[in-house]
Design a protein around this ligand. Sequence first.
Ligand code: PMP
Length: 414
Amino acid sequence: MRSDELFRRAVSLLPGGVSSPVRAIKPYPFYTDGGKGSRIRTCDGDELIDCCLGYGPLILGHANKQVADAIRSQLEKGWLYGTPTELEILMAERLIRDHRGIEMVRCVSSGAEATMAAIRLARGYTGKKKILKIEGGFHGAHDSVLIKAGSGATTLGIPDSAGIPPAIAELTRQVPYNDPEALEAILSSDEEIAAFIIEPVMGNVGTILPDKEYLKEVRAITEEHDVLLIFDEVITGYRLGIGGAQEKYGIRPDLTTLGKIIGGGLPIGAFGGRREIMEMIAPAGPVYQAGTFNGNPLSLAAGIATIDLLTGDPAFYSRLDAQARVIEESIPGTADGSFVRTGSMFTYFFRDAPPRNYIEAKESDTTRFGAFWKKSLASGIFFPPAQFESCFISSAHTDEDISRIAGVFSSCLN
Ligand code: PMP
């Protein structure tokens, strides 16, 4: 197999043979040679229906024509200037229009950079030094948030990374998801917390939904204790709907972090929030944030084209929801796991009831997940290779793709 050969070359060159841990599938990962629409093509000649979609960004599928045209037309004009461009204004106008919690925007190059800067901003604005996060929440691979972190960190069993000095780790506290009492207790007993950062719908320990009133309680409790609320919508932004989770649940966070879909598949991140807070960012204010690739023209061109396609089609999200519902309805009544879904993001947990938090998600049977994953791959479907990830579909998935995905669930889980 070509993938086997490539991986043998890679292991002596790249730690673990890969560039990001979740890609290290055993005994070797398949290597991808191309992608079009809902499909990716492997170096071994297989064509797979992609339900990983680059871990979320590709809501229009691979190599969407309009996005490709936008990238190409920007390419013709050059791709990096180190000066302002109109593109960053066009992006900011869209993010502000679509998010109730965003009045000003800074464009960066990844979701991790967005959360790192939003946390610094929250500390700078409040003058307080600690942050609070959700157990199992994932906000990118940087020191303040790699504490009981989800995604690959959970899959590999290293949710608390080596190399983070205790002096830094001590400044990050945790609460379980869906537990307003724990949030109230910690904020009442610790006055040094600048901000609470939360994925409004958890996406990095698999998909976990908020209890009915949870996010409203989160907003009320953080407000009462004067703690900034940061919604990390890197996955949920433009995934749950035009206005992300903040629109779906009717919450106005103080700060919002975005990434993935807003770059149309090119590297991007952004954060925004209340004007008064955002004006603390340099050069308007004293909280420093800078980057060679901030507001990268190619990423912005791809992202703006993507957002315009999403917002220009009033039926976009209802169509995607209906497709995902077909998959949900294919789960056999006899299956003893639980299918959790919101819109076009979902996880099948090998656990009898939908988890409400990280501890419960971790009770899932990962051995059974592994067997399911292998069978689905053999049937031509690529799900993210770990129980603790969310699966996605795109508008490029055809009815036939959806029925093949549904078929894998109904045959593998029976
Ligand atoms: N926040 C969330 C909720 C994420 O899911 C991720 C990435 N999966 C990040 C932040 C980090 O984004 P990036 O990988 O672009 O740095």
